[in-house]
Design a protein around this ligand. Structure first.
Ligand code: NAG
Ligand code: NAG
Ligand code: NAG
Ligand code: NAG
Ligand code: NAG
Length: 474
């Protein structure tokens, strides 16, 4: 780490003389324009860098050796297991706020088939008997009748935008795996239906949750949806949730969001906001589809509560995840694995609070400075020499065509050592994408009077940055 000392007016004057001299010249190459985000995608992007995905459902109550009902087709947990003591959705919202998240997505139905809203859907068995979808909270022993509604109320009060998750392609109760009713004998507790009945149930339940709880910021299709349901889902989306951004929604809506990275909170450095016709990330893709990076607090990619002794990830790992997701233009979606009681485990709540405290203390207040851009560079200048160990750069996605910068590097304006008053490359400061947000960690603090972002290739200009700030967090 470099020592802080006062540069004095002499160096300051030299700085101001040199800062607008283009030391190198760059050829700015213009390639194809990127697609613009839709207004709804912009609203989603501007929501916050972090969201929550709440796992509280039947699978919370089954033995810890199961990872939910995932890939155990014969597992239909007894409905009497869903018996929480004290569900408190305000307690959940407190954790959203502690981290600084501004949106939260509730798992309304997971792979066991149980719903936490009181679905009224009826359907025919293969025996022709008509029954109510009674694998729901309404028929469980708990006195709560609609957790989705309670969740919505708590979020509204806390100023948190909401989303809902409904797994389409798995339903153990109805003997459905990979979106198909399975052949062969039924396991205990399973209900015999046809494929057509299954598809009709999915559409009716989506209609219930999309029409009863107001406009959603985000809709989650985990594992996607079958082609046979595409037109039905499309019609419902248009009718009830046309403004929602849809995770795995490519082809259903222009407000699609894409999954990227791994479930440990990591995406590659140069993550782009666009995809090609096959929904794959592509810097030259024709479709704007920004990424989301879901991850867990519990270790081992565990999403449902694993018990008080189940280990959770250390703070430094969450901080690393923040930099390898949010710092790479990907929204970080954190699991909230609510415990069986219906409250957030205090250990989880305090780890998340520590994480929020880190974000606030590190990124709450940038070093004072002002930036100014030409077509080939942006210069952030400080009123005096500063120690800085990172920058945050954001393209203004309202003005530039869906993220425009294709290659860049950073220089620091040094006033010490061998170089009194010249631009020196910052070693970790090179990359291709900027997009919605790029956080560049320098590795160590540098003592600089300004930082320059050199922009080599773009997809059209002029360059507009929404943010270019430096921080010192050590
Ligand atoms: C169910 O109804 C259909 C159409 O009415 C009939 O063809 C079929 O035999 C019935 N199945 C049973 C098991 O009663
Ligand atoms: C749901 O309905 C089926 C068919 O009528 C019945 O066998 C089952 O016991 C019901 N379950 C509950 C929890 O009421
Ligand atoms: C998506 O945008 C295109 C081009 O503006 C438009 O033709 C199409 O109808 C939109 N699709 C949906 C599902 O809204
Ligand atoms: C940015 O540069 C322009 C022209 O180069 C100049 O007029 C303006 O004052 C500069 N703004 C700042 C904040 O330095
Ligand atoms: C940027 O331009 C350089 C020089 O033409 C080229 O080598 C490089 O591949 C380009 N990078 C991107 C990301 O387009």
């Amino acid at each position: 780490m470099l020592r802080r000392h006062n540069m004095g007016p002499f160096w300051f004057a030299i700085f101001f003389q040199l800062i607008y001299v283009e030391v190198r010249s760059y050829e700015t190459k213009t390639v194809k324009l990127n697609p613009h985000p839709t207004p709804d995608q912009l609203a989603w992007l501007e929501q916050s860098d972090i969201g929550f995905l709440i796992h509280y459902n039947m699978a919370t109550f089954i033995p810890v050796e199961y990872d939910g009902c995932n890939r155990v087709p014969s597992l239909v947990p007894d409905i009497d297991l869903f018996y929480p003591d004290t569900v408190d959705t305000d307690n959940w919202a407190k954790t959203f706020m502690d981290v600084g998240a501004k949106y939260a997505i509730l798992v309304a139905k997971h792979n066991c088939g149980f719903t936490t809203w009181p679905t009224q859907v009826t359907f025919q068995l293969t025996t022709n008997e008509t029954i109510l979808y009674n694998y729901s909270i309404l028929y469980s022993p708990t006195s709560d009748t609609d957790l989705v509604s309670r969740f919505m109320d708590s979020c509204q009060q806390a100023g948190i935008k909401t989303g809902l998750y409904y797994s389409i392609i798995w339903n153990n109760w109805l003997n459905v795996q990979d979106a198909r009713v399975q052949p062969g004998p039924l396991a205990p507790g399973q209900i015999p239906i046809t494929q057509a009945t299954y598809e009709s149930i999915v559409l009716q339940q989506l209609e219930e949750i999309w029409s009863n709880y107001g406009p959603l910021l985000e809709i989650w299709f985990d594992g996607g949806y079958p082609q046979s349901l595409k037109s039905g889902i499309l019609a419902l989306l248009k009718k009830y949730q046309a403004t929602a951004s849809v995770f795995n929604g490519f082809g259903l809506t222009n407000n699609s969001i894409r999954n990227t990275g791994n479930e440990f909170g990591y995406t590659h450095e140069d993550t782009w906001l666009t995809v090609n016709d096959h929904a794959q990330e592509d810097a030259n893709g024709d479709h704007f589809s920004p990424p989301e990076c879901p991850t867990t607090l519990q270790v081992s990619d565990r999403w449902f509560y694993g018990g008080a002794d189940f280990p959770i990830r250390p703070l430094n790992e969450l901080i690393d995840s923040y930099h390898t997701t949010v710092g790479r233009s990907c929204k970080l979606v954190l699991d909230l694995a609510v415990s069986r009681t219906g409250l957030v485990d205090p250990k989880h709540a305090s780890r998340y609070k520590e994480f929020g405290d880190f974000i606030r203390s590190c990124y709450g207040k940038p070093l004072s400075g002002q930036f100014n851009c030409s077509s080939t560079s942006c210069i952030l200048q400080f009123p005096s020499t500063q120690l800085a160990d990172r920058v945050v750069i954001r393209e203004d996605l309202r003005s530039v065509p869906g993220a425009s910068i294709r290659q860049w590097s950073l220089d620091g304006y040094m006033m010490w050592g061998d170089c009194l008053g010249c631009w020196i490359p910052i070693p970790s400061g090179t990359g291709q994408s900027i997009g919605n947000k790029r956080i560049v960690l320098f590795g160590e603090a540098v003592f600089v009077q300004g930082i320059r972002l050199n922009i080599y290739n773009t997809t059209g200009g002029p360059q507009v940055l929404a943010q270019f700030d430096a921080y010192l967090c050590q």
